[in-house]
Write a protein that binds this ligand. Structure first.
Ligand code: THU
Length: 138
């Protein structure tokens, strides 16, 4: 295993642990995310649902907002683990809104690690959100 694969698998494990805090009484779909900062810290997040469904926050955005609200904006990877409560889906892709939020702070080459801690694939943000609208477009 390379150092990179090792660090991605630890990031996936952090995402899986964060998923345990998922507050998802309405969908029963539990998601965890772990965002690696350029200086080696990890900010985690889970989805937080709401009786007013549109107030729900996804796991990825929880992690990004936690980091940004603590003054951190430089990221080097994000890992996402999701699935129905009690199961882990082999693949849980970030929703469009989360991709857009990531594009605000991250370059298109940001690795986005999807799957399970045991079996995952690495995509780039640019692959998941091509032709994105970013601060550079304003
Ligand atoms: N969800 C996430 O947390 N991240 C995504 O990118 C996809 C969807 C959550 C939102 C909601 O609580 C549940 O999964 C079902 O959509």
């Amino acid at each position: 295993m390379t150092d990179k694969t090792n660090s991605y698998s630890s990031l996936m494990e952090a995402a899986a642990r964060a998923r345990e805090f998922s507050y998802s009484p309405y969908s029963g779909f539990c998601v965890g995310a772990a965002l690696l900062t350029s200086d080696g810290r990890i900010f985690t997040g889970c989805n937080v649902e709401n009786a007013g469904l549109s107030a729900t926050n996804c796991a990825e955005r929880t992690a990004v907002f936690k980091a940004v609200s603590e003054g951190v904006r430089d990221f080097s990877a994000i890992a996402v683990v999701g699935g129905r409560r009690g199961e882990v889906s082999p693949f849980c892709a970030p929703c469009g809104v989360c991709r857009q939020v990531l594009a605000e702070f991250c370059a298109p080459d940001l690795p986005v690690i999807l799957g399970t801690p045991q079996a995952f694939k690495v995509y780039t943000l640019g692959e998941l959100l091509p032709f994105s609208f970013t601060p550079a477009d304003l």
